[in-house]
Design a protein. Sequence first.
Length: 217
Amino acid sequence: MNFYPNERIALFIDGSNLYAAARALGFDIDYKKLLKIFSAEGYMVRAFYYTALVEDQEYSPIRPLVDWLDYNGYTMVTKPTKEFTDTAGRRKIKGNMDIELAVDVMEMTPHIDHVVIFSGDGDFRRLVEWSQSKGKRVTVVSTVKSKPPMIADELRRQADVFLELSDLRPQIERQGGQSQSMPVHPLEQDEDDDGDDLVDDGDIISVADHGDYRESA
């Protein structure tokens, strides 16, 4: 990875976007490993993880992951999803965290040297450009090896460094030998015309073996 010694680093993880990218590549992420490898590259100031939560469910399938991350070195940024019905009568859930991520990048800029964004969303191109104008280096983590690619071309071009998620797989993949299970990120996204993330009702309860995140760091 392309980091300078003693750089102050902050991670900004678009949870549902990163989940979708990893799923497209056929693996689950071990977030303990992810934090460890980036912390080894410099001084880790903060690691943010963004996700929308469905609050009207008796049990939220993402809650175990959110709780584990919150206790193990991540700063969780959440908000309730918004529910509506589309023109076909299907229940949809909107869970866009772009504004929250952008605000945190801008607030953290005076305190860091290197911004690392885990997302392929083209809406972040202008945020990357703004960060660069403040003298910050910006790395974007996503993938072009899925079909279709999970990163917008304009975002990849704007970043100082593009990290291919599949190249990180050997270092951050969750090993299948762990005996416990928990839900993966449940928000499987589509996008509407204004770029907001949409989730089908049926996707909310999707679960898969994702390791035991109840252990301590």
